[in-house]
Write a new protein. Sequence first.
Length: 155
Amino acid sequence: MTRSSQGKYYLIEESILSSALFKTVRVKELLADGAARTITEAVDKVGVSRSVYYKYKDHIFPFYKTSEERILSLSIQVEDQPGALSQILKVLADSGANILIINQGIPVHTIANVSIMFDTSNMVWDVEKLINRIVDIKSVKSLEPMGEKDKHKEG
């Protein structure tokens, strides 16, 4: 998700996804799990073209249904400027999110990668509102939700 993108999110049962969208999600899973080390390797395993993968990769994300506490991870690219991370953390605090892990990389060409994992169980906002508030921060250049999963289950 980029700053200019203000799209809404929908939950869609995977059985109605087009083959291209389903395969794009599968490529992302192979890369995340380490079952494929490169995009080329992953698209070959799944049987989709690189162009299809690149067309959809920034617009579809897996969502893992849970019955108890939920964990959400955000991958954010932010300008390296004083207070940038603080503004993101304030939005998370205002939402009622419980931050579990924060990882900020060293800035490269004035952009730092920030990963934040948090528990959504006690949030007073929905995830869409939270994401839109973070994306509206001037120093945020892009944001990608990484998925939800039950923090008590491994595998």
